[in-house]
Design a protein around this ligand. Structure first.
Ligand SMILES: Nc1nc2[nH]cnc2c(=O)[nH]1
Length: 500
């Protein structure tokens, strides 16, 4: 099937350079075949899209999201990461139907498409029980809405509440016994399950594909981390893992491994290309060098980093060192949605709080991170991330006849600093239109919103009960958090008595 977008403006190539004049963009099947001056010849037979008032740009790649946090939207505020995270990680299972899982996946997926996202990376936590019928529904939701998705099942083989130091000292024995006893899948069982997903949903053949998502070094044994690494290598999969999001995690690294987590990951041979360290806020110069040397990307999520108070990633230092940076939002628990326009806006503005103005990161670099940076992190920078003949037609059309683009002086600056998701008028994935004129073309959005509300009303008592459980461990966590915050992370080593 051929489609031509006629007479549009476009941001062209890896540099997203504004087209000097109107262009026609021809698409055959899933690939852009030609970009030519508007009217140079008749469009090929097939669908024609009137692009007169459209700015066509590469679709945004949201490098990090957690669909399992969908029902937690808006529940918490003013908690740092380590204290917040317990609330989205039920200590006891919450009973969901497969349809509930489908609906909570749609919460993030709908907003992603509406904000111009064509690829979404979802690290979905299915603990404490992996149910294949639940996982199927995550894949199905992305299939149905039409977005490209990389779905990772959160992999860890240590209880989450033990991923911080001093648990044995600060927790009462009865609580430890209760939570240590929570049934978890073994690492081997998890790996068996996800190997099946890698075989059946590979990114080279599937729009909705599996990716490797070990949760974080401190939540995995070394043996398990290396097993996941081998699995990703064997299947040639992208791999994403949370690393050094907070100051407390640097302290944790020193206490658990006698070095920072990044030095540990380098030591065990974990750092390779097609790997993204999610957040990567607390980094020292030596670690930035290691990232550059090993080809590991940093996956930057400014909306979440602000809301849970993690800090400001050193983007200029990373970019100067040649580290690839991608952009994302994070899940609906640590920030209330998957709006990539917000991520772009914050990425470009926040960096102006640091350093000399000649070193600031602005709109062009933020947009590059959200497109080419995301593609590179997935190992797909020859296929995705730019409007160029020969690339996959994952495109967004922004309305130029709206105030954010009026008057038009600089399309990238105005897209990042002025536009909102309301200007997104066309979203195309693999050459197929999945949003047009403000309407999602493949799903009945209003009916799904009704269903999400009904499901939430049914689940809300379980969420409240789960919060009550978390309140039981919160004071102990608060003490651990404060103890870690007082520890010096500038020193390279800690007293031997503190290392395990
Ligand atoms: N921000 C953030 N969200 C999460 N959701 C699950 N794990 C994490 C994490 O380590 N950081």
């Amino acid at each position: 099937m051929k489609t031509t977008i006629l007479n549009c403006r476009a941001l062209l190539g890896e540099a997203a350079a504004p087209s000097p004049g109107p262009v026609d963009i021809e698409i055959d099947g899933r690939v852009i075949t030609e970009i030519r001056p508007a009217g140079a010849r008749e469009p090929a037979a097939g669908e024609v899209i009137d692009g007169r008032e459209l700015l066509i740009a590469a679709g945004l790649i949201n490098g990090h999201h957690h669909s399992h946090e969908g029902f937690y939207k808006g529940r918490k505020d003013n908690l740092p990461l380590e204290l917040w995270m317990n609330y989205v990680r039920p200590l006891k299972p919450i009973e969901l139907t497969p349809r509930d899982v489908y609906l909570r996946t749609m919460i993030g997926a709908i907003e992603a498409v509406r904000s111009g996202t064509t690829t979404l990376c979802d690290d979905t936590n299915q603990s404490p029980r992996i149910r294949p019928d639940h996982v199927e529904q995550v894949f199905q939701a992305y299939e149905d809405i039409g977005i490209r998705a990389n779905v990772g099942i959160t992999l860890f083989d240590k209880p989450f509440f033990r991923a911080v130091p001093f648990v044995d000292e600060e927790f009462p024995k009865d609580l430890l016994a209760e939570f240590d006893g929570t049934r978890m899948y073994s690492g081997a069982e998890l790996l068996d399950f996800v190997r099946g997903l890698a075989r059946d949903h590979h990114p080279s053949t599937h729009r909705v594909a599996y990716m490797a998502a070990p949760s974080a070094p401190q939540r995995c044994t070394q043996e398990f981390l290396l097993d996941v690494r081998r699995m990703a290598d064997d299947f040639d999969l992208p791999l994403m893992i949370h690393v050094q999001e907070t100051r407390m995690q640097v302290v944790t690294g020193h206490l658990f491994y006698g070095s920072t987590m990044i030095e540990y990951l380098h030591r065990i041979g974990f750092m390779k290309p097609k790997t993204a360290f999610i957040h990567g806020i607390w980094l020292n110069p030596r670690e930035i060098e290691l990232l550059a040397k090993t080809g590991v990307s940093i996956q930057h999520n400014p909306p979440s980093n602000l809301k849970v108070g993690s800090g400001l990633a050193p983007l200029r230092e990373l970019l100067k060192a040649g580290v690839n940076v991608s952009l994302g939002t994070d899940g609906c628990g640590s920030i209330e949605g998957t709006d990539m326009q917000n991520a772009l806006y914050l990425a470009a503005l926040l960096q102006k709080l640091r350093g000399d103005h000649t070193d600031w990161v602005g709109a062009e670099e933020a947009f590059h991170a959200a497109t080419m940076g995301g593609a590179r992190a997935l190992g797909r920078d020859k296929e995705l991330g730019a409007v160029e003949a020969g690339r996959v037609a994952d495109l967004v059309g922004y309305r130029l006849d709206r105030i954010p683009f009026t008057p038009l002086n600089n399309a990238v600056n105005q897209l990042v600093y002025a536009a909102s998701r309301a200007e997104v008028d066309l979203v195309m994935v693999d050459g197929a239109v999945i949003e047009r004129d403000g309407r999602l073309t493949r799903i009945d959005e209003a009916a799904i919103i009704d269903e999400i509300r009904e499901a939430h009303a049914r689940i809300a008592p379980q969420l409240a009960a789960s919060e009550a459980d978390v309140e039981r461990i919160s004071p102990h966590y608060e003490r651990i958090y404060r103890r870690c915050q007082c520890m010096d992370i500038a020193a390279d080593t800690y007293p031997a008595r503190l290392s395990h």
